[in-house]
Design a protein around this ligand. Structure first.
Ligand code: PLP
Length: 245
């Protein structure tokens, strides 16, 4: 027996029904220019940058906070993030009246620090010097969780966070069928994998599973991690180089 957690469609729908009391339905925009450019029949974009608190992160954060026990909700939560999860969690905490502490690296963008504090979160800054900024911020968050008895939330490695992000996928499936379309290729930005895991879940469960491709900006942490892993597997990268010519 494995302990693998596969959410049911009912669970994802329940998460969506609850989070959508607070989140916005982001549009599904069709781009004729991108279809021409790529040769695809139709191309749709779901701009989650229009979501409340600036990204999809608020979907998972809101649902995760709703799953806290009454005692956990009373004490509050702590998390580490350099940006979008910080804002999403802070906004969700403010809406639900749950105290939120966010540990951010000292070099996190000032606009994101200010927005997080603006949603009422306590912001604790860590100075990582020449050490890895995520490790230092994570260690500080663990320390605060222990000393203050707060629930420590992870930005993506948490089944309820992933279930909350699935709302973007459920929404997109409905919007696609309203436009008499279906997807056979999905591009999704990826960092730790919470978004792509969530967005793929409803279509996988409904057996309408498109091929998917994870994308991240060139030079980002996720991009660098991918190429470090690829470089440590010379046979595989040699094969993929020759496969792409
Ligand atoms: C705008 C945006 N897209 C995608 C991601 C990646 O999300 P995940 O870590 O769930 O893969 C992030 C993570 O911070 C993000 O802020």
């Amino acid at each position: 027996m494995t302990d693998l957690l596969v959410p049911s469609l009912d669970h994802l729908r329940q998460a969506y029904a609850v989070t959508s009391q607070a989140t916005q339905v982001t549009p599904l925009l069709e781009s004729a220019a991108l279809a021409r450019e790529t040769g695809a029949a139709r191309v749709f974009i779901k701009p989650e940058s229009l979501q409340w608190a600036g990204s999809f992160k608020v979907r998972g954060a809101y649902w995760r906070l709703k799953r806290l026990s009454p005692d956990e909700a009373k004490k509050g939560v702590v998390a580490y993030s350099s940006g979008n999860f910080a804002q999403g969690l802070a906004a969700a905490g403010q809406a639900l009246g749950i105290p939120v502490t966010i540990v951010m690296p000292i070099d996190a963008p000032a606009a994101k620090r200010d927005a997080t504090a603006g949603y009422g979160a306590r912001v604790v800054l860590t100075d990582h010097g020449d050490r890895a900024r995520e490790e230092i911020a994570a260690a500080k968050a663990r320390e605060i969780a222990e000393t203050e008895g707060l629930a420590l939330l992870h930005p993506f490695d948490d089944p309820e966070i992933v279930a909350g992000q699935a709302g973007a996928g459920l929404e997109a499936l409905d919007q696609l069928s309203a436009k008499d379309a279906s997807a056979d290729l999905l591009f999704c930005s990826v960092g730790g994998g919470g978004l792509i895991g969530g967005v793929r879940s409803p279509s996988t469960i409904c057996r309408r599973s498109p091929r998917s491709s994870a994308s991240s900006p060139k030079g980002s942490t996720a991009w660098a991690r991918h190429w470090r892993v690829a470089a440590s597997r010379p046979c595989r990268s040699a094969r993929s180089r020759s496969a792409t010519g």
